[in-house]
Ligand binder design. Structure first.
Ligand code: KIV
Length: 277
């Protein structure tokens, strides 16, 4: 018996007598196709095997092992402390989930300052299981970006507020309010698209500027805190699930309170140890 059916979460599943083959690995082309059809691209961060598997089972097409893991997993104050070894470790863990989603990894702070470092480190993330890499910046990182793409590794840009520059910028500030910022963002987005980036994350960009960029480049924009008019949206998953309750960005409305659920389960179990019977 062979049965073919389409699941709601877009997967085509071939069911044979005793086993099931899940198909439809998300590709860069599939992500492009979503922009073409006006279908919003849902993207989330995953830092380990269980979260990558859970998010994949929800049909999220784009997963990122973001260097936000520095804060929400490793307890650093910002992303500038994250090392290549840490990124490789977490990319390997997420990749073991073998997601249908396209899985990417962030090149950490100072890992792409020279063309040769950028290519060597992108290759390391790729060997760990990343199907694309992301790095922060526009015109100033074009040589490494072009070299990564020439090495055959899909590249995702990141413009707007650049968390790896938080110390020099003195905080996480909205970008695009000033006319020079607006023009630079638009030009940088076009430069990254022309260089061959397959998508661009827009972080904390004013919604009108994010909309304008999205309408003026052919590759998808994935917004975070940049309004509803980007081609997709990405969130740091613990912000969405309420599992990092000590800080939640203003633009996120958590959809769950996992921290409270964990505390309540642990407290109930702990108390049960002293309850006879
Ligand atoms: O590090 C990260 O998680 C990111 C996303 C928030 C885009 O860069």
């Amino acid at each position: 018996m062979v049965e073919l059916f389409i699941q709601p979460e877009r997967q085509t599943t071939l069911r044979f007598n005793f086993f099931t083959i899940q198909q439809m690995k998300t590709t860069v082309e599939a992500i492009h196709g979503m922009k073409g059809r006006g279908e919003k691209i849902a993207a989330l961060t995953a830092y380990d095997f269980p979260m990558a598997k859970l998010l994949d089972e929800c049909g999220v097409p784009l997963l990122l092992v973001g260097d936000s893991l520095g804060m929400v997993v490793l307890g650093y104050p910002d992303t500038t402390h994250v090392t290549m070894a840490e990124m490789e470790h977490h990319v390997r863990a997420a990749a073991r989930a073998k997601p249908n989603a396209l899985l990417g990894g962030d090149l950490p702070f100072r890992s792409y300052e020279t063309v040769s470092d950028a290519v060597a480190n992108a290759k390391k993330l790729s060997a760990a299981g990343a199907e694309f890499v992301k790095a922060e910046g526009g015109r100033e990182i074009l040589p490494p970006v072009k070299a990564i793409i020439a090495a055959g590794i899909p590249f995702c840009g990141h413009l707007g507020m650049l968390p790896q520059h938080v110390l020099e910028e003195g905080g996480y500030h909205l970008k695009g309010k000033k006319e020079d910022e607006h023009a630079r963002l638009l030009d940088d987005a076009k430069l990254l698209a022309d260089a061959g980036a397959f998508a661009i994350v827009l972080e904390l960009v004013t919604p009108p500027v994010a909309k304008e960029i999205s309408e003026n480049i052919s590759i998808p924009t994935i917004g975070i805190g940049s309004g509803a008019d980007c081609d997709g949206q990405i969130l740091v998953t613990p912000d969405l699930t309420g599992s990092f309750p000590w800080f939640t960005p203003r633009f996120v409305k958590p959809k769950a309170n996992c921290a409270a659920a964990i505390k309540s389960a642990v407290t109930a179990w702990k108390n049960s140890l002293n309850t006879p019977g």
